[in-house]
Design a protein around this ligand. Structure first.
Ligand SMILES: Cc1cc2nc3c(=O)[nH]c(=O)nc-3n(C[C@H](O)[C@H](O)[C@H](O)COP(=O)(O)OP(=O)(O)OC[C@H]3O[C@@H](n4cnc5c(N)ncnc54)[C@H](O)[C@@H]3O)c2cc1C
Length: 417
């Protein structure tokens, strides 16, 4: 690969592509519009809390092999924290019930047959029926494929699918849900261990990557927003950043790792997802009480997942468009009320912050999923990456990293022809 590969966007997709290519001694330049890297997966200093927090809690599972390989490539392996086994604590707020789901590690799912391991009130047949999602057609929704009622749905399937797809199961793609089941539950507990970046998304996923890139001579420019691509019939011939312009030679390549609305603006005729779903996170500054599980799934509440960090409690609510216009203080009080019940804490509201990501992910409906393009474009030196490209997964860290890897591999393979 004698030319330079220009990676546009330093979210996880762009960083994964840059890390992979720099590891192959390619000449790489990264251009990021914002003043920092990480995109939708970032840490920042929050003035209201006077502490560094993440824009949102990010849950990974041990099945996320590309994410784990990326962490190894940037020297951050072992930086994700989680229980040694596949255990998920749950609270049902309406029934004041608590249980821990314990998935045995091998592929033979005997945990479903053990009432102390499975979800209380569920039957084995309900679990087996989820296998229908593995064969689902591309145009069906989850609720057209499996029963969206009953204890297993309310207490496990719904929380799992809403978290993974960020879309209500009534309208979410059964095929994408099937991909999640195939890579996790169907493989057994060894693939389902929950993992979080306890030290923060920036220190675990982003800063080590930037260090590796700088060490390998990659030039990273922040505040460098791509305004237009100069496109000729079969090639990109220039990058227009407004104040400066880069002319591209025949051996140069471009990986566009920007969000779908930006990509659609830059690339004529590109079809992308156009519908999005929000995620709301609430952060509370206080040390969690001793013995509180690091991740708790919540049923029958506004809170969906509660994460404990050493210095704060953080709540995630997915597919949360209904909460976008709620007054911040009302929302903080409502959420804290539930957190106080779950963690058995006083009802007085501690310092708080609400972070609402309006376009957290594309809506994982069959129609939006069908609009996702592959990594190749009509221009031979222009490639796409991002969680919204055709990865076969919902919009996740794992999908973003796989998309960056695929774009990097296409660039490398082209160079070898
Ligand atoms: C609140 C929240 C919670 C989430 N929770 C989870 C979770 O629990 N588990 C999970 O796996 N995933 C989760 N996700 C999804 C995950 O964060 C994303 O899938 C992933 O970060 C997407 O990475 P990306 O590189 O594809 O896109 P982005 O992160 O959007 O990166 C695109 C980058 O391009 C830059 N850019 C835009 N325009 C230009 C331009 N013109 N020129 C140059 N640069 C440009 C942007 O500034 C950005 O840095 C969550 C997302 C959010 C928002």
């Amino acid at each position: 690969m004698p030319g330079t590969v220009h990676v546009i966007g330093a979210g996880l997709a762009g960083l994964a592509a840059a890390v992979r290519l720099a590891g192959r001694d390619a000449s790489v330049a990264v251009h990021e519009a914002a003043g920092q890297a990480g995109g939708r997966c970032r840490s920042y200093h929050d003035p209201a809390l006077d502490m560094v927090i993440d824009n949102g809690n990010h849950l990974l599972l041990s099945a996320n092999h590309a994410a784990l390989a990326y962490l190894a490539a940037i020297g951050a392996e072992g930086r994700l924290a989680g229980p040694p086994a596949s255990e998920f604590a749950f609270v049902d707020l309406a029934r004041d019930e608590r249980w821990t789901l314990r998935i045995n590690s091998g592929p033979l799912p005997w945990w479903m047959f053990d009432p102390r391991r499975r979800v209380p009130g569920t039957r084995v047949g309900e679990y087996l029926s989820l296998a229908r999602l593995l064969l689902a057609s591309d145009d069906s929704t989850i609720c057209e494929t499996v029963a969206c009622a009953g204890p297993l749905y309310d207490r496990l399937a719904r929380p799992l699918f809403v978290a993974a797809l960020n879309t209500d199961p009534k309208e979410a793609s059964a095929a994408l849900a099937g991909a999640i089941i195939r890579e996790t539950l169907a493989k057994g507990g060894a693939a389902c261990r929950p993992l979080i970046a306890r030290d923060g998304l920036g220190p675990v996923f982003i800063e080590p990557a930037l260090r590796v890139l700088v060490q390998r001579g990659v030039k990273i420019q922040f505040g460098h927003r791509l305004r237009a691509l100069d496109l000729e019939q079969s090639n990109v011939v220039g990058l227009d950043f407004g104040e400066d312009r880069i002319a591209l030679g025949a051996d140069d390549r471009v990986i566009l790792a920007v969000p779908p609305v930006v990509a659609a603006d830059l690339v004529p005729g590109l079809a992308t997802p156009t519908e999005f779903r929000a995620i709301v996170n609430a952060h509370f500054r206080l040390a969690p009480p001793a013995g509180l599980a690091p991740i708790i799934g919540v049923v029958n509440g506004t809170v969906e997942w509660l994460f404990s960090f050493p210095d704060r409690l953080s709540v995630t609510i997915s597919a949360a468009d209904r909460l976008l216009d709620a007054p911040r203080e009302t929302l903080a009080r409502q959420i804290w009320d539930e957190v106080a019940t779950i963690a058995r804490l006083p009802k007085a509201l501690p310092p708080w912050q609400i972070v609402r990501e309006r376009r957290a992910t594309f809506a994982a409906t069959p129609a939006e999923n069908a609009k996702r393009p592959g990594a190749q474009t009509a221009w031979s030196n222009l490639f796409l990456a991002g969680d919204w490209t055709r990865t076969g997964l919902p919009a996740t860290i794992e999908g973003a990293i796989r998309s960056g890897n695929s774009a990097a591999d296409l660039v490398s393979n082209q160079g070898m022809r």
